[in-house]
Ligand binder design. Sequence first.
Ligand SMILES: NC(=O)c1ccc[n+]([C@@H]2O[C@H](COP(=O)([O-])OP(=O)(O)OC[C@H]3O[C@@H](n4cnc5c(N)ncnc54)[C@H](OP(=O)(O)O)[C@@H]3O)[C@@H](O)[C@H]2O)c1
Length: 256
Amino acid sequence: MALVKLGQLQGNALIVGASRGIGLEFVRQLSRNDQIERLYAACRSPETATELLKLAEQEPKLQLLPLDVTEEAQIQSAIGHIQTQTPQLHAVINCVGLLHDGDFQPEKGLRQIDTEKLLRYFQVNSISAILLAKHLVPLFKHTQPSLLATLSAKVGSIEDNQIGGWYGYRASKAAQNMLMKNAAIEYKRSCPNTIIAQLHPGTTDTQLSQPFQRNVPPEKLFSTERTVTQLLDVLAGLSITDSGNFWSWNGDRLPW
Ligand SMILES: NC(=O)c1ccc[n+]([C@@H]2O[C@H](COP(=O)([O-])OP(=O)(O)OC[C@H]3O[C@@H](n4cnc5c(N)ncnc54)[C@H](OP(=O)(O)O)[C@@H]3O)[C@@H](O)[C@H]2O)c1
């Protein structure tokens, strides 16, 4: 039997971490896709997400939802709100991520290891991803092909780690990968038509990478437009047997 590829995303989609960067660009590209019926964009403060607000003014199918993914109650209430409108989601792309925030900077060495810092990395980058997988189950219990993609990072690959540093970010992405791999195994039983995909976007010109772009050659620093186009191509080629893997922007499978 031929395996059905996911193809172009269609149906109802939710982008989490949609205020800026890669998440905002997913919203932009999916809002132009006529196959997408309902498009939900979640972020901490939609009322100050200027670009997202502009898009929502132009695009009737786009709805903004307030969501801080570190608060499980907010995940429940955002998903509860979606359930009042539809029983099904076909694509969820979680673009939430934390690398730095003001004085909060990635560790260069062991001297900078700090419990609170590590906990914050794990809370935003790892725990939120699996809480989403937990609460999304009812919306994926349908028979159409669907997708739960989470933005990870190649620096979270344990095998690929050559240069060290960035303890909290690397470890929280490795933990995210393990949590989502586990979810993929359970989803095979509970949501057998949902593909779980971990994605490395490549270095992309956003607020997250901005302080670390100096040594990146221009051809290796992607615009958000390019990154999202590439990731949508990778996703389109996936079928259900690909669930539970870690993909790079060019379609290569990355080592855990
Ligand atoms: N850019 C790169 O080069 C690169 C490379 C590898 C992997 N990645 C990964 O790709 C993903 C997207 O990164 P990006 O470059 O687009 O970063 P970005 O521009 O900094 O955007 C990060 C997003 O995460 C959201 N966020 C942070 N904490 C949150 C929370 N507690 N609750 C809800 N949303 C929260 C931010 O929303 P607020 O507006 O609410 O802060 C923002 O929308 C991340 O997972 C990142 O690790 C990026």
